[in-house]
Design a protein around this ligand. Structure first.
Ligand SMILES: [Zn+2]
Length: 253
């Protein structure tokens, strides 16, 4: 079994026995990997106490049959400001969950690692509306894994949609016009403003999105659409949806 060097971001970490820790990571070019960091909890551990979720690291790993072993680690960015801020932590956790649920072990999707790395770097700084950053992240991840939302024409009749009631067909992956709408079972209604904003988010980079200031209600609507769209394509619920939406609802008067 080979030893390899990879940049990675820790998605999840839990203790194993007295001294070890199991990490789930997304690596730069080797997809999702699980690895054990031995002796990490001892006071004199060579890793220190640094292998927490969000940590972006450069690691040397030894390949194992079921589980790799962490040989050496260098921290590139600890993302401590994300862990230290309650709201950022919630939004960040939702991003980690999105990545973990988008990939099977060893599955490699080009650009997914970079998407997370860049978004966490942005989340660490000043962000006007973290809900928009998360919504953009979810739509972009869907797009990277092969479910790009179709938002230009009606998915069913191909008609260009302008100034009318539309909905997102969650099973089909795009918008549906008012005429075709009655036939769609699994759907999410979206307002005009919400739809325009989703279109912008799909084209803008994360640094630009972090400076966007929008009405909190629209942010909430966009994020709800992003969660529902993602859940439909991942074919499983996202635990973070309830937590994040609960937090946003409490924050809006
Ligand atoms: Zn139609």
């Amino acid at each position: 079994m080979a030893t390899y060097k990879q940049e990675a971001v820790v998605l999840r970490a839990y203790d194993l026995g007295e001294a070890d820790r199991i990490l789930t990571m997304i690596t730069a070019t080797r997809g999702l990997r699980r690895a054990v960091a031995k002796g990490v909890k001892r006071t004199k551990s060579k890793f220190g106490g640094r292998l927490e979720p969000f940590t972006h690291l450069d690691a040397v790993l030894h390949e194992g049959r079921n589980l790799d072993t962490v040989v050496q680690v260098e921290i590139i960015r600890s993302h401590e400001p994300v862990r230290a801020d309650y709201a950022k932590f919630l939004f960040g956790e939702a991003m980690l969950e999105m990545i973990e649920k988008s990939l099977h072990e060893y599955q490699i999707i080009p650009r997914l690692f970079d998407a997370l790395r860049v978004t966490l770097d942005v989340l660490e700084g000043d962000v006007c509306e973290p809900a928009l950053l998360l919504a953009a992240f979810e739509f972009k991840v869907c797009s990277l894994i092969g479910y790009h939302p179709h938002l230009d024409c009606c998915l069913h009749c191909g008609r260009k949609i302008e100034g009318e009631k539309v909905c997102l067909d969650l099973a089909g992956g795009g918008i549906v016009c008012s005429r075709c709408l009655p036939g769609v079972e699994n759907r999410q209604n979206v307002s005009d403003d919400c739809l325009s904003l989703i279109r912008c988010l799909l084209h803008e980079d994360m640094a630009t999105i972090s400076c966007r200031s929008e009405d909190p209600r629209i942010c909430r609507e966009v994020l709800t659409a992003a969660f529902r769209f993602s859940e439909s394509f991942l074919d499983r619920p996202l635990k973070s949806r309830q937590v994040v939406m609960g937090y946003l609802e409490r924050g809006i008067p």
